[in-house]
Design a protein around this ligand. Sequence first.
Ligand SMILES: *[C@@H]1O[C@H](CO)[C@@H](O)[C@H](O)[C@H]1NC(C)=O
Ligand SMILES: *[C@@H]1O[C@H](CO)[C@@H](O)[C@H](O)[C@H]1NC(C)=O
Ligand SMILES: *[C@@H]1O[C@H](CO)[C@@H](O)[C@H](O)[C@H]1NC(C)=O
Ligand SMILES: *[C@@H]1O[C@H](CO)[C@@H](O)[C@H](O)[C@H]1NC(C)=O
Ligand SMILES: *[C@@H]1O[C@H](CO)[C@@H](O)[C@H](O)[C@H]1NC(C)=O
Length: 516
Amino acid sequence: MSEKNKFFSRFLFYLITVCMFLLILSSVSLVQFPNTHFIPRSVFKIILVNSTSLFLKPNDIKFPFFSSTATNLTMSCGSLSCPNSIVGTSRCQRKKTCGRNQALRKLKVYMYDLPPEFHFGLLGWKGKANQTWPNVDSHSLIPPYPGGLNLQHSVEYWLTLDLLASNTSKVGTALRVQNSSQADIIFVPFFSSLSYNRHSKLHGKEKVSVNNMLQGRLVQFLMARDEWKRFGGKDHLIVAHHPNSMLHARKKLGSAMFVLADFGRYPVEIANIGKDIIAPYKHVVRTFSSGESAQFDDRPILMHFQGAIYRKDYACPQIHYLADENSNSWSRRRIFQIKFERLWGAIRQELYYLLKDEKDVHFKFGTYRGDGINKAGQGMASSKFCLNIAGDTPSSNRLFDAIASHCVPVIISDDIELPFEDVLDYSKFCVFVRASDAVKKGYLLDLLRGIKKDLWTKLWERLKEIAPHFEFRYPSQPGDAVDMVWKAVLHKTSSVQFKRNRKNRYVRSEALLKRV
Ligand SMILES: *[C@@H]1O[C@H](CO)[C@@H](O)[C@H](O)[C@H]1NC(C)=O
Ligand SMILES: *[C@@H]1O[C@H](CO)[C@@H](O)[C@H](O)[C@H]1NC(C)=O
Ligand SMILES: *[C@@H]1O[C@H](CO)[C@@H](O)[C@H](O)[C@H]1NC(C)=O
Ligand SMILES: *[C@@H]1O[C@H](CO)[C@@H](O)[C@H](O)[C@H]1NC(C)=O
Ligand SMILES: *[C@@H]1O[C@H](CO)[C@@H](O)[C@H](O)[C@H]1NC(C)=O
C-alpha cells in the first residue's frame, strides 16, 4: 500500500469514529434534555408520532417523557414508593412494586354471593332469612375462625372479610365492585380449607362428604355463570390453601387463578407459578413486636427444629385421595408423591442423627398441639436460627412461625415456593441450604456457627422489617398479608393484561385504523 493510501484510510477511520461519536452524543442529548430546545417540540412530536404506526393528531397524544409536567403515573411512582407497597421497610423496592400503571391502581374485585354454606355457614354462622353475609362493621358480629392449627390455612377467611369491608374502608388494594364486567378479578368465596379440615368425614348414612358435595355444587354453579364462560374462568380467583383442599374440583377449575400454599400436590398443568399465587400460612405462634425481640446474645439456642418424623413404613393418607383419580397424569403424580415424602423424611432423620447430641441445638420430633404451640413459640424466640426442612409438602407453617418469632429461617427445601418473592428478597433474611449439602457431616453446624453477630443482626433487622407482611388480620392494613396477597393478584392480572395487549396490538391497531 502506498503512503498516500495509508494516510487516506487512516483519515477515513478517524472521520467515521468522530461522526459516530457525534451521532451518539446527539441522540443521547435528545433523550436527556427534552425540555431544552435543540429541536422545537412540534417537530419532535411529528417525528415521534410518525415513527409509530398510528396517525393521530398531535394534540391527541401526551408524552409522559417529554411534557414539562410529568403525568400522574410517573409522578406517583416516584413519590409513592413505600406507603403503596411495603410498609416498615427501610429500603423500598420501588421499581418492582411500582409498575407503570399499577402505582395507584386498585384491584377491582367482584365477589359471588354464594350461599352461606360455602363460607360463613361452615363456621356455624346463621344469618337472617336470605342474608348472605354477616355484618362486618362490628368485630363482635363476625363469626370467628376456629383456632389451633386450622388457622394456618385461614387466608380464605381474611380475604373474604376484607372484601366485605372494602366498600366502607378507604385503605387497601382491593375494592369490591357490584358489577362483574367492571372487575379485574372474580372472587369465589368458598372456604375450601375449612371445608376440608372440618367436613371431609362421612357422617351417618351420607354417601358423599360435605366437602365433596360443596365442591361438586361449586363446579356446577361456576360452569353455568356468564362470568366464567367469558374467559373460561381465567379471571376467577379461588383460594385452596390447604394442600388437600379442592381435591375433587381442582382439575375442572384449573383455568382459574389459585391462591395456594405450594404446588407440591398439583400437576403443573393445573397449578403453576405463571398463573397462581403463593400465600403464607397464618402463623400460630404469637406475634413479637420489634422491641421485645431478643438479640443475638439473648438467644441461647443456635438452631431450632420441631416437626413430624417419618418412619420408613410411613404411608401418607393423601396417597389414597390421589389414587381416586384415575387419569394418567394423576397416577404418575401418585408415584412421585410417595417418593417425595420418603426422601424428605429421610433428610429429617439424617439431620436428626447429625444434630441430636449438640448442646445448643433443639431438634425434636412431634407436632405441636395445645400448649405445644406456646412452647414452640418460646423455643423459636430464644433461637438464633430456625430450620425449615420440607415435610410431606414443600411448604409448612414453620417458616412463618419462625418469621413471627424473628428467628432467622434456614430453608432446606429445594422445591419450596415463597410468598411475595416478586417483591421480597428472601436471601436478605433467610439462609438457604441445599438438601444435599445439609446432610453432609458438620456442614450445617459449621455454616451457622460461622455466621457471627454482625451478619446475624443484619438478617434479624431485616426480618423484623418484613414480619408485618406476614400478618393476616381484620381490618387489613396496608402492607399486611391480606394486602400483599391482593397486590400479588393485581400484579398477576396486570401481567395477564400485558400479555393480552401485547398479543393483540396489531389486531387492535388495524381495527382502529379502519374506523378512522
Ligand atoms: C405523519 O405523516 C403523514 C403522512 O405520511 C401525515 O399525513 C401526517 O400529518 C403526519 N403526522 C403529523 C403529526 O404531522
Ligand atoms: C393527577 O391528575 C389529576 C387530574 O388529571 C390531578 O387532579 C392530580 O392532582 C394529579 N396528581 C398528581 C400526583 O399529579
Ligand atoms: C327470601 O327469598 C325468597 C326467594 O328468593 C323469597 O320468596 C322470600 O320472600 C325471601 N325472604 C325474605 C325474608 O326476604
Ligand atoms: C357496599 O356493598 C353493599 C353490598 O354488599 C351494598 O349494598 C352497599 O350499597 C355498598 N356500599 C357502598 C357505599 O358502596
Ligand atoms: C355493568 O358494566 C357494564 C360495562 O361497564 C355496563 O354495560 C352494564 O350496564 C353494567 N351493568 C349494570 C347492571 O350496571
